[in-house]
Design a protein around this ligand. Structure first.
Ligand SMILES: NC(=O)c1ccc[n+]([C@@H]2O[C@H](COP(=O)([O-])OP(=O)(O)OC[C@H]3O[C@@H](n4cnc5c(N)ncnc54)[C@H](OP(=O)(O)O)[C@@H]3O)[C@@H](O)[C@H]2O)c1
Length: 236
């Protein structure tokens, strides 16, 4: 399967992994649409992609916005969902509303996109989980629970939406703007410590991870599966 002239939507395409997916798909000849909440961020991201891409402002946490944004559009050939924001804290210190907000954007956001955005029969949807699904971490339980739920969602949708293929990419630590809020010295220390502990001895770049979304889009027998891109985190 080629991506030349295919219509590809990347929900979360204005930053990090999603932006790398958008760049890679555009480089492969796809007609790419990037979606995210901030119009400014979408414009800035589009300016870094050598080919023209469509910008679609929407919040996947809001059903009406998703439905409105895609109303009357032709179906996409491939959809990648990297959008979602999850705040983590120890169970007894986290307000349930905050945990539910993470579930609303990342899990229900993926659900909304799969449910409301038209995709061609035989196309693909690729969702994003994270290493905590397989290797939960004390103090970050909600992130693991949301990621595990997304993996379950994809397995079910691979059956229900067949022959459209549905998969998940599960990254470990990735050097993206997600970590921009952490002081630079602490971030550097975290990345170095993580790389040293991983069998792959490196923290992923967004481009490392993006390659797997393109695999999910283009390999016609990949469905209902989770592609781990965690540097071997599940083994240690
Ligand atoms: N980076 C890591 O270390 C890592 C590790 C494991 C898993 N992951 C997962 O990988 C995914 C992508 O992470 P990243 O590092 O690429 O993050 P990022 O650089 O912060 O990018 C997140 C993207 O999603 C968009 N977004 C966030 N909430 C949205 C919403 N409600 N509706 C629409 N768009 C929304 C953001 O744009 P706006 O803010 O403008 O909406 C942005 O384009 C996330 O699901 C994350 O949990 C990341």
């Amino acid at each position: 399967m080629e991506l030349q002239d295919k219509r590809v939507l990347v929900a979360g395409g204005s930053s990090g992994i999603g932006l790398a997916v958008a760049r890679a798909a555009a480089a492969a000849g796809a007609a790419v649409t990037i979606a995210g909440r901030s119009g400014t961020r979408l414009e800035a991201a589009a300016a870094t992609i050598p080919r023209a891409v469509e910008r679609l402002p929407l919040d996947i946490g809001d059903e009406e916005q998703v439905a409105h944004a895609v109303a009357g559009r032709p179906p996409f050939d491939h959809i990648a969902v990297t959008a979602g924001e999850v705040r983590t804290a120890p169970l007894r210190k986290q307000k349930i509303a905050e945990a539910m907000a993470g579930m609303n954007t990342k899990f229900w956001g993926a659900w909304r996109v799969a449910s409301l955005v038209p995709v061609v029969e035989g196309g693909s949807i690729t969702l994003t989980s994270g290493a905590f699904a397989q290797r939960p971490a004390a103090g970050r339980v909600i992130a693991g629970a949301i990621n595990a739920a997304i993996e379950g969602l994809a397995r079910g949708l691979a059956l229900e939406l067949a022959p459209t293929r549905v998969n998940v990419v599960s990254p470990g630590l990735v050097d993206t703007p997600l970590w921009a809020g952490m002081p630079a010295d602490r971030r550097q220390a975290l990345f170095e410590k993580t790389a040293a502990a991983l069998p792959a001895r490196r923290v992923a770049t967004a481009e490392d991870i993006a390659a797997l979304y393109l695999t999910c889009m283009t390999v016609p027998v990949v469905t209902g599966t989770v592609l781990l891109a965690d540097g071997g985190h599940v083994l240690v």
